[in-house]
Design a protein around this ligand. Structure first.
Ligand code: HEM
Length: 178
């Protein structure tokens, strides 16, 4: 998993909790990287899971809530870091429609080792978008937060429904309705 996901996560923990919390979650369990991340480095996905679980154990905030909150935060961080990639995108639906065919394609060009989800995206008229997420990393809650972060960024109001398409969390449907 790319380092920017880790650096954004730790920044969020410091902002929403405290710096002591960052220190706690980095030292509770042995981490392969020893808790040192560079935005352009690559680290194991399980290490991210360890940090989120540590935060959950410390704060008792449910895991799905932590992941969704992080997704919203991460969207803004990604937009800041890669803004020039989407300077032509003017609204949330255009952005969401371009995740699979453009955004993550560009990410893969920059980082061939990136572990990205797969989305099947279908526009259903002007006000509805259906996104079918699939990933072995089972981060549907993170995807929900990213979608909400995208809507917030463009100051658009829409309802986001989340439906499970598999028991193990690897396939999730999002229905975004304006
Ligand atoms: C607009 C909504 C977006 C959604 C719903 C979305 C969804 C996701 C999800 C769920 C992951 C976690 C990996 C997985 O589940 O397999 C991910 C990873 C990632 N996405 Fe997106 N994404 C969005 C926008 C963006 C944008 C704007 C960028 C910026 C270029 C971006 C770059 C990345 C990167 C760098 C990773 C990490 C890859 C890795 O760790 O190896 N995404 N995305």
């Amino acid at each position: 998993m790319k380092g920017i996901v880790f650096t954004e996560f730790l920044e969020m923990v410091e902002e929403k909790f405290t710096y002591e919390m960052v220190d706690d979650i980095l030292t509770m369990k042995e981490l392969p990287s020893k808790g040192v991340y560079s935005a352009v480095g690559t680290y194991s996905h399980t290490e991210m899971v360890t940090l989120v679980v540590n935060l959950h154990e410390k704060t008792e905030v449910p895991l799905p809530v932590l992941l969704e909150t992080f997704g919203e935060y991460l969207f803004h961080g990604l937009f800041k870091a890669y803004g020039s990639m989407f300077s032509d995108i003017e609204n949330a639906f255009d952005m969401l429609e371009s995740i699979e065919g453009y955004i993550h394609v560009q990410v893969r060009k920059l980082y061939p080792e990136a572990e990205l989800p797969h989305f099947k995206i279908e526009r259903k008229g002007e006000n509805k978008l259906v996104l079918d997420y699939s990933s072995e990393r089972k981060m549907g809650d993170l995807a929900l937060g990213l979608i909400k972060g995208c809507l917030n960024h463009f100051k658009e109001e829409a309802e986001v429904e989340m439906e499970s398409l598999s028991d193990d969390g690897s396939k999730v449907r999002f229905i975004v309705s304006k």
